[in-house]
Write a new protein. Structure first.
Length: 208
């Protein structure tokens, strides 16, 4: 089985070392590179074309938002999971989600949550740590209310078992846009993964 190729981007060597050891112990991950600033992250992503960049938001030289913009343009097939030690403000979090970040979790999360997030993002799905989803529910400009017509379309297709790239193809929109709609649904439903999102949507009667 092909391993999930990960580029670690964090300016703390001990953090990178600990994550590398843990991921490679799992057997289905391969850490293909490490970057200690934003510029190096973009360069290595373009050079190595990893499956996922595990990205610290607050990096020297280029921050996580700038890095995400660069990678989404130059290496669009590489997915990005944000791994932050800070409470990101609502504007930064939503901007990262709009740019197509597939995963969002705190460094205080258990290693099991990290591997779950990376595997979820690798499958082309979205993962948002519950505490972050709850923060977005409280603070985001997207109200906790009924879904928009487009969000309902995305929701129905996800409930049918379609991956984000399949949803994008069927609705003739970008995969990045699908990620954003899914993130909005996560916040409106207080969900952290697709299964929970679909279950809560059915409980609310949004889908059947």
């Amino acid at each position: 089985m092909d391993k999930i190729r990960v580029l670690l981007a964090d300016d703390h060597p001990m953090t990178r070392s600990g994550i590398r050891v843990f991921l490679e112990y799992q057997g289905d991950f391969e850490v293909v590179g490490e970057a200690n600033d934003g510029v190096q992250t973009v360069r290595l992503a373009e050079e190595l074309k990893p499956d996922i960049v595990l990205l610290d938001v607050r990096m020297p030289m280029l921050d996580g938002i700038a890095v995400t913009r660069e990678i989404r343009q130059s290496v669009p097939d590489t997915r990005i999971a944000v791994f932050t030690g800070h409470d990101e403000d609502e504007r930064s979090a939503m901007e990262l989600l709009r740019l197509g970040v597939g995963g969002f979790l705190y460094k205080t999360a258990a290693f099991s949550a990290l591997t779950n997030a990376l595997r979820t993002v690798y499958r082309g799905e979205s993962y948002i740590e519950p505490s972050i989803a709850q923060q977005l529910v409280r603070n985001a400009a997207v109200p906790r209310g009924d879904p928009t017509p487009r969000e309902l379309e995305v929701l129905r297709l996800v409930a049918e078992g379609k991956r984000d790239h399949d949803v994008a193809e069927q609705l003739a929109i970008s995969e990045r846009t699908v990620h954003f709609h899914v993130a909005n649904l996560f916040t409106k439903l207080g969900a952290s993964n697709r299964v929970e999102m679909v279950r809560r949507a059915r409980e609310k009667g949004w889908i059947y």
